[in-house]
Write a protein that binds this ligand. Structure first.
Ligand SMILES: [Fe+2]
Length: 468
């Protein structure tokens, strides 16, 4: 009996990997419970919603989903992003993607960045730059959209002429300069990482630091403290010259070399100076949680995997990912900036969590108290988790047959406490066959309300709350 039940639970989440064809716009959807009166604005998320063109979850075609909050009503809309990749969907494949067999797409990706074969399918995350909104993937070809109508505006063209091949969909925001901060990797005979700032209202990137690299590491995100930028080079590296000719899917060109360890590359934000390379044992990571300067050291919190087997686990089969989610650990690395040593420990309460969020606008780059995550047990992501990073406390929300996505923290503008606010998460209700927006008290993880979407929403990665 117990076995049968766990098999049912393990397969229920497959609806979250089923394509959604509909584009929807509803002025109001049913709400159960009570929404806080201060909650005004919209949660906009990006989701790989058409999955039959992809071998890997990371290659589904991007759809925007929007839950709007106004006067106690919740509106809902969904719309595909009109990327070149979307327009070519009838080809039946996403060319030049992350893990999908490219049929020479990768050759073109490196050889001619501006080839139409390079993916511009921005299904990972979105960001605001001044008054403009962009959706992003890991090629530096963001697409601008209208956050109210979800209509595609068009490619966000950089005006600086810098050619690059890989970036992250996890830029930081520098509130003092009001600029987006990110890095790109440029692949060539002499490859390099370039850290840059993109000021609000501009399309020209300001170079903060450059660093030559023979074999670039795959990095999904990076860290920013008040004084430093940090690239964590996991030993998952590609030879750019081989990559250009391999004919393999992008990520399959990266080799795991644990004997090389992980290297933190630390840069001074103000001067761009390389502060040093800090080596530790090998691990893999998608998401940094936070980083901050403390006396002569730099503290870096991140979600660690022992190795990159998560990437292969997320190749798609008939009923969702082929593999199971490996264990993860919320870790704190401490870099001695003067002595060069690295120490680390697992933070209590931080096991089997991913998709971290914090009170970004007030706490990023600073010492902080709380992080929220999606968490998993033996099957797919099935709970939301709040971790007190100072005291090791752990709270969880879960419900039968429910599979939540990333928890987006929205702070209560009238309160001071770091965890005063709500958590918004799009949840698949496998038994009902559709999804709902869950609203939790961020401090206690008590349920405040649910707003029902008219259909299932395929599992997505990241989104942002845009205040009204
Ligand atoms: Fe991510």
């Amino acid at each position: 009996m117990a076995t049968a039940l766990s098999q049912t639970q393990a397969t229920d989440h497959s609806l979250g990997f089923t394509s959604l064809d509909e584009e929807t716009a509803l002025d109001s959807v049913p709400v159960r419970g009570e929404l806080p009166a201060w909650l005004r604005g919209a949660l906009v998320r990006v989701t790989p919603a058409q999955l039959d063109v992809a071998d890997h979850w990371f290659d589904g075609l991007a759809m925007l989903n929007r839950f709007g909050f106004e006067d106690g009503r919740v509106s809902y809309a969904s719309r595909f992003i009109r990327s070149r990749s979307w327009e070519r969907r009838s080809d039946g494949r996403v060319a030049g993607g992350f893990g999908t067999d490219p049929c020479k797409g990768i050759f073109k990706r490196v050889q001619s960045l501006f080839s139409p074969e390079v993916t511009d399918n921005p299904n990972v995350n979105l960001a605001r730059i001044g008054e403009r909104y962009i959706a992003m993937t890991e090629t530096p070809l963001p697409i601008e959209f209208d956050p109210d109508s979800l209509e595609t505006v068009g490619p966000f063209e950089f005006g600086d002429g810098m050619r690059a091949h890989v970036t992250t969909a996890h830029p930081h925001h520098d509130p003092e300069r009001d600029e987006l901060v990110n890095y790109v990797a440029r692949f060539s005979r002499t490859s390099e990482y370039v850290l840059y700032g993109l000021p609000a209202g501009s399309s020209e990137r300001r170079v903060i630091a450059r660093m030559p690299v023979k074999e670039p590491a795959y990095m999904h995100a990076f860290a920013m403290s008040e004084r430093h930028l940090v690239l964590a080079e996991y030993p998952l590296r590609a030879n750019p010259l081989k990559l250009a000719l391999s004919g393999k899917a992008f990520i399959q060109n990266y080799e795991w070399r644990p004997e090389q360890g992980t290297r933190f590359q630390v840069f001074d934000r103000a001067s761009g100076t390389h502060r040093g390379t800090f080596e530790t044992e090998a691990f893999f990571c998608f998401h940094h949680v936070n980083a901050f300067d403390r006396d002569g050291s730099l503290v870096i919190d991140l979600v660690a995997f022992d190795d990159p087997s998560i990437i292969d686990a997320l190749y798609l089969g008939e009923r969702g990912p082929r593999g199971t989610l490996p264990p993860t650990e919320l870790r704190r690395y401490e870099l001695d900036l003067d002595g060069g040593g690295v120490s680390w420990s697992a933070l209590p309460g931080g096991h089997n969590v991913e998709l971290p969020r914090i009170d970004y606008s007030r706490r990023n780059g600073r010492d902080y108290g709380f992080a929220w995550f999606a968490g998993h047990g033996e099957g797919w992501i099935d709970r939301l988790v709040k971790v007190g990073v100072r005291d090791g406390t752990r709270l969880e929300w879960s419900a039968p047959g429910c599979f939540p996505g990333e928890p987006v923290f929205v702070r209560d503008p009238g309160a001071e406490a770091e965890d005063a606010g709500v958590i918004l998460s799009v949840v698949l209700d496998a038994q009902a066959g559709d999804s709902f927006l869950l609203v939790l008290d961020a401090a206690t993880l008590e349920e405040l309300a649910r707003a029902d979407a008219p259909h299932h929403i395929p599992f997505g990665f990241h989104g942002q709350f845009l205040r009204g």
